[in-house]
Ligand binder design. Sequence first.
Ligand code: G6P
Ligand code: ZN
Length: 544
Amino acid sequence: MNVHTVSTQPFSDQKPGTSGLRKQVPVFQQRHYLENFIQAIFNSLEDYQGKTLVLGGDGRYYNRTAIQTILKMAVANGVGRVLVGRGGILSTPAASCIIRKTRAFGGIILSASHNPGGPEGDFGVKFNTSNGGPAPEKVTSAIFEASKTIQGYKILEAPDIDLDTLLITQLNETTVEVIDPVADYADLMQSLFDFDRIRDVLTSGNFRLCMDPLHAVTGPYAHFLLEERLGAAPGSVQNGTPLEDFGGGHPDPNLVYAHDLVELMFGDNAPDFGAASDGDGDRNMVLGRKFFVTPSDSLAVLAANAHLVPGYKDGLAGVARSMPTSAAVDRVAEKLGINCYETPTGWKFFGNLLDAGQATLCGEESFGTGSNHVREKDGLWAILFWLNILAVRQQSVEDIVRDHWQTYGRNYYSRHDYEGIDSANANQLMEGLRSQLARLPGQQLGNYEVDYADDFNYTDPVDGSVSKNQGIRIGFTDGSRIVFRLSGTGTQGATLRLYLESYEPDSSQHGADPQDALAEFIALAEEVAQIRQYTGMNAPTVIT
Ligand code: G6P
Ligand code: ZN
């Protein structure tokens, strides 16, 4: 079949962000836009010809169109084998699992994660490397550089491939295999968790669960694993059919956007366990009956109970968390006598620690938890981990978390988001903070003394690479913190994230609402950053 080289001109805005190239759908629909970026990926790589590429996405609008284009470009660029999920579907963690299992040179995952989809929504392209993880900065920079000089792309002239049947097709030198998106991932989960024990609980008649994939990619995975393999009652998975626009919702598992689930879990007759995941299946939220588990606490609980789970029973090499994530897991690490690493926001920063065997569990406040089983965070993995712990401990979610606080103390935590603000104002706010950093240490703010104030810099302990300006931290002498960061995942304007944390060792004080427990820090944040003035908002748009 014929391979064409189509001449093209560079676009100047193809710099991948925190998690790939993410833009509104109409941007991707511009002539040659997607093709340029895909060709830039191939141009930036060496030594991929004849090797395997994994391809799939979260099923959002434009997924199928993009898959057809990428398949034809992969053939034209000499990829040896393309493994594509049936229906164009692969969750991000499943793609990572398949890249590792098949020793692929990488994967292209089509997703804008938790951002809304549909013709006016967002679309995205992520490139993962052979370890199954998001491309590190040196790779994404090379892709960006390649995108700036591109003059043409290669594409096969061929009819569309049937994505809905498990088939193997030969196109020129390339084998295209449409694979079951769930099977390999499900086997991996079964190798880590005690499925017999979980099944006993789920079929006991005394335990109800509700999993809400928010009409996104985890639907088929959750139906298969929870209902078919583990015996949860049919209907335990709600909103489980992936839709191109996620049913008009915002596929982000938090207390605001997972409203059906939250209503159920905080209503009368709530199930024992509730969970949700995001657009591409890497995020998770865990709820007990009328009880929310913060992602930071979830990471700490998983670390403290890992010995109860077959895949982790021999202990953890270390743990890692992103800088704005609470220090709850640090206390567990201390007790276990293992290292706890603090990295910048973005799962890619865990890659080296996982590859080097220095960390086993990782987590982020942004509803991400995962381990060395793949190189992405993994929503269903976290949910199964919790179910395994519940099955062994035979306690409620709330009791497990309260026990945890009793042992380790409670890190009160909250994140306030100011979405859709003007980028120039957001940058000014951050500059305003930067200009105060030098003089803050030693100062008294309200009842608290500033211990340190800095813009977080990270030196990767494995390869020595340095990442600067990763968020402004103001730490107080009692261990409390205020952190300010601008989101790296939005597509319109800027989002300011304010992270608040305080530590309470006294278990008689563990019952407060975090917004009350953190009220003084919320006021201090306003005082130092002038949030109202710069954002023009009186209150955050989302509080988690
Ligand atoms: C994506 C990444 C996460 C990261 C998050 C931060 O989801 O995969 O690793 O924590 O973005 O998003 P933000 O909007 O805060 O930059
Ligand atoms: Zn995601």
